[in-house]
Design a protein around this ligand. Structure first.
Ligand code: GLU
Length: 469
């Protein structure tokens, strides 16, 4: 069975790049009807927080990623200790008593010589008795992995292809720090092996770690999994996508009113090409069916926010059911301080869902439907104060009071007013729009009249006439 995992560190918000890693790893497992594991890598006790972990899980759930198993590394220290001990027993690792100062000295010397630093291996040669003696004295020590000399580690990456790395320059690296906490390269191997992970899908920034991990797999007698390293995501300026490029966390986008299936769809296309060229809108189920690692491009993907906006607009306009759109829209409306019942919101969105691309933009644009009292822009006020407007509104008021109001009726009324007052069509529509929406642009008068109940239309006309005195 295929087993893949996502292994985030809870040290910040879920970054778009990590979200894409999670999605690819998840899709890969689900495509093969395998298991997907979420493992929180919180061994760095200083940078990891419970709050970040909670937000991470929430954001993943929001994105639609479900996991079959869940682990937290901070709860597994006993297991790591056991395996570190095994490595020491089998002489693949050894305690190192070098002090910070001694190591600093080594580093300086390397620098002076202009050669890359690697640990000298001084403590490799300590005898059992020396080790016991140092421990008795209470000297602090780390545990280092003994890197074999003259070894080139080779692996076949499922995305990047053949990779060969000479491990000679690594030096014996630390697997347990002097405070007893294990390091990433060590715990990741113990966990992936014990959790039965068959495919490690992660960012390409981990390629340099992979040979160290392979050495540990071998030393512990574990089967080495397959690796698939995903290319980085770049900003439009071709540098690695980061905060400098604006919003980069899933949470930012969620708060801006992007929809989870749209973001999921968009992130999938960031570096993965579907078999069917030209098509861009896919449901999660379709993506599970179609996703393969062969379809992942080995070159970096470029993040294009305009495209994400466009795609979100497609989801708002066409993909989501109206009911679901209403559900998504309500919290944004409430957050902006408006009260409206669902039936009314449904009516509004039915007519306007093609006019905005994010939910926050939608709330802003559709404000005139939800405000109790219209506030007029300067331009709208100027139009209202212009002479024909008052006569237009008086006549409009009378006609609406006499009958119904809707998109069809307002067009007829406008024609009648135009004839009776001998005005240009534009003068009438401008006056009505200024009165009903407070703006000269944005939502059309016909849609306003279609959706707003008659008494609210009347209220707005009376209010405008009052202001005009
Ligand atoms: N905790 C590591 C990270 O967030 C996981 C790397 C891995 O997937 O092995 O980068």
């Amino acid at each position: 069975m295929v087993v893949s995992r996502f292994a985030p560190s809870p040290t910040g918000y879920l970054h778009l790049g990590n979200a894409r890693t999670a999605i690819f790893s998840y899709l890969f497992a689900k495509h093969h009807r395998g298991k997907f594991i979420l493992r929180v890598e919180d061994t760095d006790r200083e940078r990891s927080t419970k709050e970040f972990e909670e937000m991470l899980l929430e954001d993943l759930k929001w994105l639609g990623i479900e996991w079959d198993e869940f682990y937290r590394q901070s709860e597994r220290f006993d297991i790591y200790r056991e395996y570190a001990e095994k490595l020491v027993q089998s002489r693949h690792a050894y305690p190192c008593f070098c002090t910070v100062e001694e190591l600093e000295e080594e580093r300086k010397k390397a620098e002076e010589k202009g050669v890359p630093y690697r640990y000298s291996g001084k403590c490799r040669a300590l005898s059992k008795e020396e080790v016991e003696e140092f421990k008795r004295q209470g000297k602090p020590y780390t545990i280092r992995f003994r890197v074999p000399d003259g070894r080139v580690v080779v692996f076949q990456d499922l995305i990047k292809g053949h990779i060969a790395i000479n491990v000679d320059d690594f030096g014996d690296f630390v697997i347990v720090r002097s405070d007893g906490t294990p390091t990433y390269n060590f715990v990741v191997v113990v966990d992936d092996a014990l959790m039965g992970v068959t495919h490690v899908v992660r960012g390409e920034d981990h390629i340099p770690n992979t040979p160290k991990q392979i050495l540990i797999y071998e030393a512990l007698g574990f089967e080495v999994p397959k690796f698939a390293h995903l290319p980085v995501i770049l900003g439009e300026d071709r540098s690695k996508l980061s905060k400098r490029h604006g919003a980069v966390s899933v949470r930012n986008y969620r708060e801006e009113g992007y929809l989870s299936p749209a973001l999921f769809n968009f992130l999938c296309l960031l570096g993965w090409s579907p078999p069917e060229e030209g098509r861009e809108i896919f449901s999660k189920k379709e993506l599970i069916d179609l996703f393969t690692l062969e379809g992942v491009n080995s070159a970096p993907a470029v993040f294009n926010k305009e495209k994400l906006r466009w795609m979100n607009g497609v989801y708002i306009r066409e993909v989501l059911s109206l009911d679901r759109l209403v559900e998504e829209f309500m919290p944004f409306l409430e957050k902006a301080g408006y009260k409206a019942d669902k039936d009314f919101v449904r009516k509004v969105l039915e007519k306007t869902r093609d006019s905005f691309e994010t939910l926050t933009e939608g709330v802003e644009r559709l404000k005139p439907f939800f405000v109790q009292e219209v506030s007029y822009s300067e331009e709208a006020m100027a139009v209202l104060e212009n002479e024909p407007s008052r006569r237009v509104l008086e006549l409009f008021l009378q006609k609406v009071q006499e009958g119904d109001i809707n998109a069809q009726r307002v067009k007829e009324i406008a024609k009648e007013i135009q004839k009776e007052l001998n005005l240009k069509a534009k003068e009438i529509w401008h006056a009505l729009r200024a009165c009903l929406t407070g703006e000269l642009e944005g939502i059309g008068v016909d849609i306003m009249c279609d959706v707003l109940p008659k008494e609210r239309v009347l209220h707005r006309v009376i209010k405008a006439l009052e202001i005009l005195g």
